[in-house]
Design a protein around this ligand. Structure first.
Ligand SMILES: C[S@@+](CC[C@H](N)C(=O)[O-])C[C@H]1O[C@@H](n2cnc3c(N)ncnc32)[C@H](O)[C@@H]1O
Length: 320
């Protein structure tokens, strides 16, 4: 075995060492504390009520991970931590990091899922923390999604399972004459409304409670957005969603699918397992599978855009 081969396997096997450092640092508010004022390991241990030697070890690990900087025993945040790991700021990614921390419990059930093909059903009520975590990622990806969709005079948008509403909100900020209706489960609606209010688009944004597989959706929409929704559903659910999207669009209206396409790359492949562990029947799907379902639902050939630097793609298909 070469040194490189061994290193590759060792790093893969121990990636949770690094994840856990980040999780705990966020959980303890370490980056926020250092943003208030840089300090030595002993000072930080005192301020955060940690064991001094253990705190120094964590600080050194975070420095090696390039999240902190250390000069003459004084630790401070690296730029990425200052920008994205400070609690209460608009760009804080802490909820996203906490979500992956919580997911470790689900991943403990992988052995069971590999045997029986599923895990115990996740809670039916969406967790507000998950919705805020969706916003963390969406706030970074939404400009790319909007850029991938030509406006074509679209005015009426329907966002199915819109979560925090971040994608709809970005469409509204970019297209000042558009209005959006978002449908999600009851506890999510007020969260999306708050984000719309913060963005100043609440007068053109309506969040309604409902089930995207069953509820009345209305009709005559110019655009139906399915962002990160299909991977939460089994194939039958996806086909149903696409047929429902088709039915509520005006002729010439378009469906926009934002998804991780299963294409042999790493994230969509491991995310499929994450869906196995987190949803009843979710999976990631290939471009050709989605194209087949779009055609079956009556849509024309989609335009597919890879979103540079992300694991996501956007498919735009018109109701002919
Ligand atoms: C993975 S999140 C995606 C959120 C958002 N579209 C995005 O891309 O950030 C899935 C969303 O679908 C919602 N959802 C799940 N099942 C639903 C259902 N049957 N009807 C409506 N919304 C549902 C969840 O509450 C959650 O907000």
């Amino acid at each position: 075995m070469s040194v490189q081969e061994h290193r590759r396997l060792r790093e893969l096997a121990s990636m949770h060492f690094q994840s856990r450092c980040l999780h705990e640092a966020c959980e303890r508010g370490l980056f926020s504390e250092l943003e208030r004022s840089p300090g030595s390991a002993e000072e930080l241990a005192r301020r955060l009520h940690l064991h001094p030697q253990a705190c120094r070890m964590l600080l050194d690990a975070l420095t090696a991970l390039a999240l902190l900087q250390e000069r003459e025993g004084l630790y401070s945040n690296a730029p990425i931590a200052s920008r994205y790991l400070i609690e209460g700021t608009a760009t804080d990614q802490g909820e996203m990091i906490a979500m992956y921390r919580r997911s470790m419990e689900r991943w403990e059930k992988l052995a069971e899922a590999l045997h029986c093909g599923h895990t115990p059903a996740p809670p039916s009520e969406p967790d507000p923390r998950f919705i805020h975590a969706m916003h963390c990622t969406a706030s970074v990806h939404a400009p790319l999604v909007v850029e991938a969709v030509p406006r074509n005079n679209a005015r009426r948008l329907l966002d199915l399972g819109g979560g925090p509403g971040t994608y709809s909100i970005r469409f509204l900020l970019t297209w000042p004459e558009a209005e959006a209706r978002m449908l999600d489960l009851e506890p999510v609606v007020s969260i999306a409304q708050e984000y719309a209010e913060i963005a100043g688009v609440n007068e053109r944004f309506e969040a309604v409670a409902g089930d995207y597989l069953e509820s009345e959706l209305g009709d005559g929409y110019d655009l139906v957005l399915l962002s990160n929704i299909l991977h939460c559903n089994a194939p039958e659910g996806c086909q149903r969603l696409l047929k429902r999207a088709f039915a509520c669009l005006r002729p010439g209206g378009r469906v926009v699918i934002h998804e991780f396409l299963r294409d042999g790359s790493l994230w969509p492949a491991v995310f499929a397992l994450h869906m196995l562990l987190s949803t009843p029947g979710g999976d990631t799907y290939s471009e050709s599978t989605l194209k087949g379902w779009l055609h079956e639902a009556g849509f024309g050939e989609p335009v597919v855009s890879r979103l540079e630097g992300t694991p996501s793609s956007v498919l735009v298909a018109a109701r002919s």
